[in-house]
Design a protein around this ligand. Structure first.
Ligand code: CA
Length: 474
């Protein structure tokens, strides 16, 4: 009830703000009819490693502003607990297993189908006919073959790298092209791409991407835009500059300290992005989403998922429930928690609905427009059920009315997340009917999915081929 009153109060003030901003925006092409979209995606950040989810150890005052001036999703999910498939789901608004994107794609640039298939449309491709300009900064990971590069997939601007991770210091970025990679992980050292041209950087990678975000916003401010800021931080390797490390004298563990510093670099970038929106007068017609692509991998990057069980790669909450918030001043309430389950799949559905883009001829979306739920216009819940499938490690999961069904390694599990957020008490034996129902619902969904469509990272060592080629040419 208190929350409802708060929403009503906020809606009244929102209406006032909206009407004044409409007058302000009326003479601009960039109007409320076609809101800009910014997605700030972090990589492998733990659920508990952000101020708005209670961290007092890591400082994220700017990321927290998104939740404070917008909505914090307490149960915000991604569609897969690992980078590649999670991003494919986010970008298409559809469960990625529907098109065989079941694992991280190989980074072999000769494989022309290791990415999002052309039969699917990503956010940039969907928004292009509506007059949007799109930019991606940072990690692509949706295919390294030239036909799969961002500029072939609807993006007008790309500044970043094609593979799934990257080193952060300019002096480490020395490889000219993926075709020169001869050792595993060497692809973390490629020079950055500006569209299809290799360029040198001068700054710590996270700062470099933040500066680019500011430039993009300034350049595109007069027309509707979609900006996808895909930071690779705080994904390994753990590397940070002294400027950010100095903020954490209280963290003694060196790895945790570096991880915290990496998040601070992202946080400064978020601050730059938010203040640029204000300066450019487009604050109230820009929707900003913040989320991580999967849960923290714990020991791998010293992340913390709080009381959630497991981490990256797991069907448990620690794998798929992520720090997630959205801000749209004047249009959605400020400073509230939204407690029903939402999904990264909802972002595309939200922008196409708000921008009135006709997607009826596209394949059906799995996400929904979240805005009516956040304003209170729609009192129901966005999803009756959410599903997850890991083809390679053979586990499956679903969530309905906070009952979480998991089948992993042949073990049947059922957790009541309302009472047991840490998934400690397996209720399977007491609730076999509920498990059976969720299982049947899952099987129905599973029938709609495809088997792996392309070779995955590590499944084909193309670096050996490059090595042979390199030797032959010597
Ligand atoms: Ca990730």
């Amino acid at each position: 009830m208190i929350v409802f009153k708060k929403i009503t109060k906020l809606l009244v003030s929102a209406l006032i703000v909206t009407s004044t901003s409409f007058v302000y925006a009326a003479d601009k092409v960039n109007t409320l009819d076609k809101p800009n979209l910014i997605i700030i995606l972090t990589d492998d950040q733990g659920y508990a490693d952000v101020g708005f989810n209670g961290s007092t150890e890591i400082f994220t005052p700017n990321i927290d502003k998104i939740a404070k001036e917008g909505v914090r999703f307490t149960q915000g999910y991604v569609s897969y607990p690992v980078c590649g498939p999670s991003r494919a789901g986010l970008l298409t608004g559809r469960y990625q297993d529907r098109f065989g994107f079941v694992g991280n794609p190989t980074i072999d640039p000769s494989v022309d189908n290791a990415g999002i298939p052309k039969t699917e449309k990503n956010i940039a491709e969907v928004l292009k006919p509506a007059g949007y300009t799109s930019g991606i900064l940072g990690k692509w990971h949706m295919g390294t073959h030239p036909s799969l590069h961002p500029d072939k997939r609807g993006f007008d601007h790309f500044y970043g790298f094609l593979s799934g991770g990257h080193k952060y210091f300019p002096e480490d970025l020395v490889i000219n092209d993926l075709s020169e990679v001869t050792k595993k992980w060497q692809w973390y050292s490629t020079r950055l791409l500006r569209n299809d041209i290799r360029v040198d950087t001068t700054e710590y990678l996270t700062d470099e991407l933040s500066n680019e975000a500011v430039e993009f916003i300034k350049r595109e401010k007069d027309n509707p835009f979609f900006l996808y800021v895909a930071y690779n931080a705080p994904h390994a390797p753990l590397q940070a500059t002294q400027k950010y490390l100095d903020r954490y004298p209280h963290i003694k563990n060196k790895r945790r300290k570096t991880y915290a510093a990496m998040i601070s670099a992202v946080d400064d970038g978020v601050g730059q992005i938010l203040s640029t929106l204000k300066e450019q007068g487009i604050d109230d017609n820009t929707i900003v989403f913040f989320l991580s692509d999967n849960g923290g991998p714990l020991s791998k990057n010293a992340s913390n998922n709080g009381e959630l069980r497991g981490g990256k790669g797991d069907p448990f909450e620690g794998g798929v429930r992520v720090p997630f918030a959205v801000r749209w001043p004047g249009k959605i309430p400020a400073g509230i928690d939204y407690n029903h389950s939402v999904s990264s799949l909802d972002i595309l559905a939200t922008i196409v609905d708000e921008a009135k883009v006709d997607v009826t001829s596209n394949k059906p979306l799995d996400g929904v427009n979240l805005i009516p739920y956040l304003t209170g216009e729609n009192e129901g819940q966005p999803h009756d059920v959410l599903f997850w499938r890991s083809f390679s490690t053979n586990w499956s999961a679903s969530l309905t009315a906070n009952s979480k069904m998991i089948k992993k390694g042949g073990e049947a599990m059922l957790f009541d997340l309302d009472k047991d957020i840490a998934e400690q008490k397996n209720m399977y034996k007491q609730s076999k009917d509920q498990y059976k129902n969720q299982r049947a619902q899952y099987e129905q969904w599973n029938d709609e999915l495809q088997d792996p469509a392309f070779p995955r990272l590590g499944s084909w060592d193309f670096t050996k081929q490059n090595k042979t080629k390199t030797k032959k040419t010597k």
